[in-house]
Design a protein around this ligand. Structure first.
Ligand code: NDP
Ligand code: GDP
Length: 326
């Protein structure tokens, strides 16, 4: 039975990746940081019905010794580093924590792998935010980076340390440059989930409007379930490499709002307002990925459309609010 260790197992991608690896017959372990609210930590794993089938090991990305001990205990064949302070807006309010967790945390994990399980395959969760102020209209593995937030700068460090360990120590270390991916398990602060939750509250009479930030930004949005499959495929390749994972379609926040409200037979223009609180000090205006390499080398393609995903998210948020109201 292959063994996998996932950091960030309680997050959106950690939950979907756990489900995928369990289906494939893996023994799945996750690094769990100490929290006073431990009982709500496994909410996403519970939602997918896999919480009893994963093993949790205590540890924190900022504590190298805890990661080494976790690796010694689990003896993984594959390590997926998904843990991060992952919300761009927060990275301006907590820039140093973001650097410690998202950049140095990734370095801690790959260093722990080098010390305690050098044969294990390593996956780093890199991000399209690294393209930031885009240098090419459609971004591929060859596009130069131009990060626009402390989060993106931290991710760039993590990305290059992954490349460096691969080249320096011959490790099987791959980096997935994933464009935005969403699902009913997306954190509520991210724009798609904020909107689908807002649609649900408005539909059920719990709210009257939805204050938003920059409606003109565009993103290349896919479904997390498709994207975790790409992570796994990267670690099944004979040689490690870096891959862009995207749909190749870019949609504005405004259009996303239109689609989400329409899922509940509502017109977004009646409810969405613009509020300066949700604007950012520096914006990533456009992201548009070129997934040609992932398609050619991994045989990866998205299977869930943007419209299907938004409908699933609106339905799930309506159901969540209805069950709370009962
Ligand atoms: P989430 O924010 O949902 O999950 C982040 C995870 O990191 C949580 O499990 C969180 O634990 C954990 N974590 C945070 N700080 C620490 C710490 N100090 N020690 C240990 N664990 C910690 O992110 P996603 O699942 O959406 O994303 C997964 C990864 O992919 C992240 O690295 C993200 O930056 C990256 N990424 C995501 C994209 C997306 O569109 N979703 C796009 C590109 C990259 P806890 O539950 O305790 O908070
Ligand atoms: P990001 O691409 O990782 O920053 O993902 P987000 O989902 O947080 O934001 C995507 C885009 O939506 C960014 O360009 C934001 O500026 C824009 N946006 C507009 N209004 C909002 C909002 O109210 N909340 C968030 N999170 N983003 C918003």
């Amino acid at each position: 039975m292959p063994r996998a260790l996932i950091t960030g197992i309680t997050g959106q991608d950690g939950a979907y990746l756990s489900q995928l690896l369990l289906e494939k017959g893996y023994e799945v372990s996750g690094l769990l940081r100490r929290s006073a609210s431990a009982e709500v930590m496994g909410e996403r794993l519970r939602w997918l019905g896999v919480q009893d089938r994963v093993r949790m090991v205590d540890g924190d990305l900022m504590d190298l010794s805890s990661i080494i001990r976790a690796i010694q205990e689990v003896k993984p064949d594959e390590v997926y580093n998904l843990g991060a302070q992952s919300f761009v807006k927060t990275s301006w309010d907590q820039p140093l924590l973001t650097g410690n967790v998202t950049a140095m945390g990734a370095h801690n994990v790959i260093e722990a792998v080098r010390l305690a399980a050098p044969e294990a395959r390593f996956y780093q969760a890199s991000s399209s935010e690294m393209f930031g102020k885009i240098q090419q209209q459609q971004q591929s593995e060859k596009t130069p980076f131009y990060p626009r937030s402390p989060y993106a700068v931290a991710k760039l460090y993590a990305h290059w340390i992954t490349v460096n360990y691969r080249e320096s120590f011959g490790m099987h270390a791959s980096s997935g440059i994933l464009f935005n991916h969403e699902s009913p398990l997306r954190g509520i602060e991210f724009v798609t989930r904020k909107v689908t939750d807002g649609v649900a509250r408005i539909k059920l009479g719990l709210a009257k409007e939805l204050p938003m930030g920059n409606l003109d930004a565009t993103r290349d949005w896919g479904h997390a379930k498709d994207y975790v499959r790409a992570m796994w495929l990267m670690l099944q390749q004979e040689a490690p490499d870096d891959y862009v994972v995207a749909t190749g379609r870019t949609i504005s926040v405004r259009e996303m709002c239109r689609v989400a409200f329409a899922c509940a037979d509502l017109d977004y223009q009646d409810f969405v307002t613009v509020d300066a609180r949700f604007m950012r000090p520096a914006e990533v205006d456009v992201l548009h990925g070129d997934p040609a390499k992932a398609k050619a080398k991994l045989g990866w393609e998205p299977t869930i459309s943007f419209e299907q995903m938004m409908a699933e998210m609106v339905e799930a948020d309506i159901a969540r609010h209805q069950s709370r109201m009962r």
